[in-house]
Design a protein around this ligand. Structure first.
Ligand code: NAP
Length: 295
């Protein structure tokens, strides 16, 4: 953590909290945790009809909000605190900075932003530009600098494990401090409800593991051997593209796993435990909780 805890501006007593990206991993989990805690929540989504029909987020207001469409920014009216993310593949200048400006104009007081571990060091990542804009905005900011999500293994890599019984990615023997989306969301929800100000949280799991160790955990949990294969960069990109992944995303993944291979994804912090008062969820627990996903 960067500096001692400086909560809170608990005015009004029950602030309106805005969550974008609620149809995705992190926004969805934050919205659910906020609603379970009894907070006043407005989710901003690109397809409100679909979300309303699905019955998800009962108790929340559901508003149309598209970061690429300024005509939807009225959804921020009356909001005190906001969860913001950089939607993968979008342009920071066109799709995120206008949201920050609109939030400020609408009187939003605090922005909780989903960033990545090491954003302050790897200045070319889009997340750092967003962080800098928030630092300069005059609004209170919180950065959730998250490590690699465990949920990538139940999302983009699900079929590697479920169908092919392998973890196939070019991270060599590099270690990764896998973090559960539920833990990052819990820190984000707490920051929103308590009104944390100007904090950068490095959010990791409790251990840095190689993917060979991760495969071992899945083998035990699933009762079936899951092997780890670390292909060459060219083979990785070619194979995942053949399996239907766009070239751009394949290259993005290659960069991400090369970072891990170089040992740059191995930082383990104690922040999750410090903020939540309990240890982070382990990869073994994650695999057990979502076991059915890979069967
Ligand atoms: N995966 C990791 O290991 C990891 C680790 C650290 C940080 N991160 C960061 O986490 C972020 C992604 O979070 P996630 O995994 O929760 O995302 P996700 O599951 O891919 O979902 C993306 C969300 O963004 C929404 N979205 C897309 N374009 C939008 C737009 N123009 N306006 C408003 N909403 C839009 C999507 O809504 P629709 O349903 O309408 O498309 C969806 O709800 C990225 O910034 C990534 O760099 C990821």
């Amino acid at each position: 953590m960067t500096e001692p805890e400086t909560h809170t501006e608990l005015q009004p007593a029950s602030p309106l909290l805005f969550v974008m990206g609620a149809t995705g991993n992190m926004g969805g989990e934050i919205a659910r945790q906020l609603l379970a805690a009894g907070a006043r929540v407005r989710v901003g989504v690109r397809s409100p009809e679909r979300v309303t029909e699905s019955g998800a987020f009962a108790g929340a207001e559901i508003a149309h909000f598209d970061a690429s469409d300024a005509s939807s920014f009225g959804a921020l009216a009356g909001v005190q605190r906001m969860f913001l993310l950089w939607p993968p593949g979008t342009d920071v200048t066109k799709d995120v900075l206008p949201v920050i400006a609109a939030a400020k104009e609408h009187g939003v007081q605090q922005m909780v932003f989903l960033s990545i571990l090491g954003a302050e060091r790897v200045r070319i990542v889009p997340h750092r530009r967003v962080e800098q804009a928030l630092e300069a905005s005059g609004m209170a900011w919180v950065f959730l600098r998250a490590s690699y999500f465990m949920q990538n293994l139940s999302g983009v890599h699900r079929d590697d494990i479920r169908v092919r019984r392998e973890i196939f990615l070019p991270a060599g023997q590099g270690r990764t401090s896998f973090v559960d989306v539920r833990d990052v969301a819990a820190v984000g929800a707490k920051a929103l409800m308590e009104g944390h100000r100007n904090r950068a949280y490095n959010l990791t799991g409790g251990a840095a593991l190689t993917y060979a160790q991760a495969a071992g955990i899945f083998s035990v949990t699933l009762g079936k051997r899951v092997r780890y294969v670390s292909p060459s960069p060219i083979r990785f990109v070619r194979v995942v593209h053949q399996r239907g992944t766009a070239w751009t995303f394949a290259l993005f993944m290659l960069a991400e796993y090369t970072v891990a291979k170089l040992g740059l994804a191995a930082e383990v912090s104690t922040t999750v435990a410090e903020v939540l008062g309990r240890p982070p969820i382990s990869l073994r627990q994650f695999a057990e909780d979502f076991r059915k996903v890979w069967l």
